[in-house]
Ligand binder design. Structure first.
Ligand SMILES: Nc1nc2c(c(=O)[nH]1)N[C@H]1C(S)=C(S)[C@@H](COP(=O)(O)O)O[C@H]1N2
Ligand SMILES: [Mo]
Length: 233
């Protein structure tokens, strides 16, 4: 790529990131996790000021597997992640493209709606916010619908998806993300119940409105805030 192109691209990504922050910062400050004055749970506060163990949860050292009955096997050579919909720049990332994006390590807790929580999972991956800046969602975009290789879908408002601990991870506990937990790549949403994080993620679709995903149309809560027992709708 010519140096000018590279500068242009970087300038566009920086602009896009600043615009996203401008558009969604206020909304982020109004999400359930940010406005909950009396979050329910036990234990000392996590880094977001929430009680470590959300109400109704039990800590487990194990890592149960939950899926729809199939665990797709995707060879890295065939893997791709599409980012499309209401955005200026459609992306279709190969495995090499994905690994070339800025990688972050983060440790966060994992809360499953079926009442188990796993503390301190070490993750490595790409921030959703970085991918979003590359794709540059249009001014109309308000939500994403995440699609997975097993046909699963789940929806998120952008003010949740853009939180800095929302990652597309390919490593967990210092090893490659195991296939049963969504490898090669899954999303994680540490401030929401874990069903909001699509395993075997294949496509992130920006939308100009909300579109409930697989569990959201089957009675799970759309907002999924663990510190309010916000499990079902
Ligand atoms: N593609 C896909 N992603 C998914 C699911 C699924 O069935 N398919 N289950 C969700 C649910 S209900 C939970 S609790 C978590 C479980 O993740 P784990 O199996 O790694 O514990 O993944 C979520 N993501
Ligand atoms: Mo779940």
């Amino acid at each position: 790529m010519a140096a000018d192109d590279k500068d242009d691209k970087l300038a566009r990504v920086v602009r896009s990131r600043l615009r996203l922050r401008e558009r969604f910062d206020a909304k982020m400050q109004r999400t359930p996790a940010a406005v909950d004055a009396a979050p329910q749970g036990s234990g000392s506060a996590n880094r977001h000021g929430m009680p470590r163990l959300p109400v109704g949860q039990i800590e487990t050292q194990k890592w149960p597997v939950l899926d729809l009955g199939s665990q797709p096997e995707i060879a890295l050579a065939d893997w791709q992640l599409v980012v499309d919909g209401a955005c200026e720049q459609r992306l279709c990332l190969s495995w090499a493209d994905f690994l070339a994006l800025p990688q972050v390590d983060d440790t966060s807790d994992f809360h499953c709606v079926t009442t188990w929580s796993r503390f301190d999972v070490d993750w490595t991956g790409v921030r959703f916010a970085d991918l979003a800046a590359l794709a540059a969602p249009t001014d109309a975009a308000t939500h994403v619908l995440c699609h997975a290789y097993d046909g699963y879908t789940t929806n998120l408002p952008l003010e949740e998806a853009l939180k800095p601990d929302v990652l597309l991870v390919h490593r967990a506990d210092n090893g490659p993300l195991p296939r049963d937990h969504g490898g090669p790549v899954r999303m994680i949403t540490p401030q929401l119940y874990a069903w909001k994080g699509a395993k075997w993620i294949s496509r992130i679709e920006f939308l100009a409105g909300d579109h409930p995903g697989f569990w959201e149309v089957r009675g799970y809560s759309n907002s999924a805030h663990p510190w309010r027992n916000d499990r079902y709708s």
